[in-house]
Write a protein that binds this ligand. Structure first.
Ligand SMILES: Cc1cc2nc3c(=O)[nH]c(=O)nc-3n(C[C@H](O)[C@H](O)[C@H](O)COP(=O)(O)OP(=O)(O)OC[C@H]3O[C@@H](n4cnc5c(N)ncnc54)[C@H](O)[C@@H]3O)c2cc1C
Length: 256
């Protein structure tokens, strides 16, 4: 059976930064301009015999940027990521034309956003923060405030977003707290330590993010999300104010 390439276009890799052997930033130039909202994802694919291996990736760039930035973790036994990590500048992959996803900022909800990520799960929050920064630059302020909690085992798991978010934090509308759970493997680490889910109460209380004024977004590792949900429930966050984007399941990928 012929492969249906109609929903796809090509996207060329124009920049790549490796933070470790297993985490890298990929910047793609789509064949045609794309439209999306901060928090949405793109589906990348590669031909494989008479099929396409395709997986979802949250977009780290903001809609005003012409290129798509992704933050990807290598799953050594995975089908797609080893192929992506073999890509070099100038190589192309397939990209679904439609960029989709419901993990977006709800304009009707509370103005405080408690954004909690593991590793590459920071991508949608980077997009939201860049978008908000751009809005402010154009004099548009909807009053949104972000508290971003970002966890990894070691500093390279966080990519290079620490520096960028720390700069944006100077604007006062964003707080960023990176944490590593294996500080003994990171001699230079001076920040927060522990798993991100174990730091939620402390930092939410510290910055005044609570059920009365906030909506929580959980992104990345499903174990973190499953741990954080009851914690937020105990803090009286109603179900509809806890949004989640699980990157995989323990029984198979959650890609559509
Ligand atoms: C909406 C959405 C957005 C996503 N955004 C990103 C993103 O921004 N960056 C990113 O790196 N990934 C993201 N993912 C995950 C991505 O779609 C793939 O699942 C992942 O890259 C693995 O693909 P693979 O083909 O290499 O592995 P697969 O062949 O799909 O998986 C092999 C096995 O590994 C497990 N697995 C998959 N991912 C991981 C992991 N990270 N750690 C441990 N085990 C895993 C699977 O459950 C499966 O059992 C997202 C997923 C969804 C649903």
């Amino acid at each position: 059976m012929a492969v249906n390439l109609k929903p796809f276009m090509n996207a060329r890799l124009v920049e790549r930064t490796d933070f470790s052997a297993e985490r890298a930033k990929f910047v793609f130039e789509p064949e045609r301009p794309v439209q999306f909202k901060p928090g949405q994802y793109v589906t990348l694919g590669v031909l494989n015999g008479d099929g396409i291996i395709q997986r979802a990736y949250s977009i780290a760039s903001s809609p005003h940027e012409p290129r798509l930035e992704l933050f990807i973790e290598l799953v050594k036994h995975g089908e797609l990521t080893p192929r992506l990590f073999d890509l070099k500048d100038g190589d192309s992959v397939l990209m679904r034309e439609r960029l989709v996803g419901a993990f977006v900022l709800d304009p009707a909800g509370p103005r405080r956003r408690l954004l909690i990520a593991t590793g590459t799960g920071i991508a949608p929050f980077v997009s939201m923060a860049r978008w908000k920064h751009e809005e402010l630059r154009h004099g548009r302020d909807d009053g949104d405030e972000f508290l971003v909690l970002h966890g990894g085992s070691r500093a390279p798991d966080l990519g290079n977003y620490c520096d960028e978010l720390a700069v944006l934090a100077k604007g006062g509308w964003l707080h960023y707290v990176p944490t590593v759970s294996r500080p003994w493997e990171d001699g230079n680490w001076t920040g927060e330590t522990g798993r991100v889910e174990d730091t939620i109460r402390k930092h939410a209380d510290n910055y005044g993010y609570h059920a009365g004024n906030s909506v929580a977004y959980l992104c990345g590792n499903p174990d973190m999300i499953e741990y954080a949900k009851p914690l937020l429930k105990r803090a009286r966050f109603p179900k509809e104010r806890v949004k989640e984007e699980k990157y995989f399941t323990t029984t198979g990928t959650t890609e559509d």
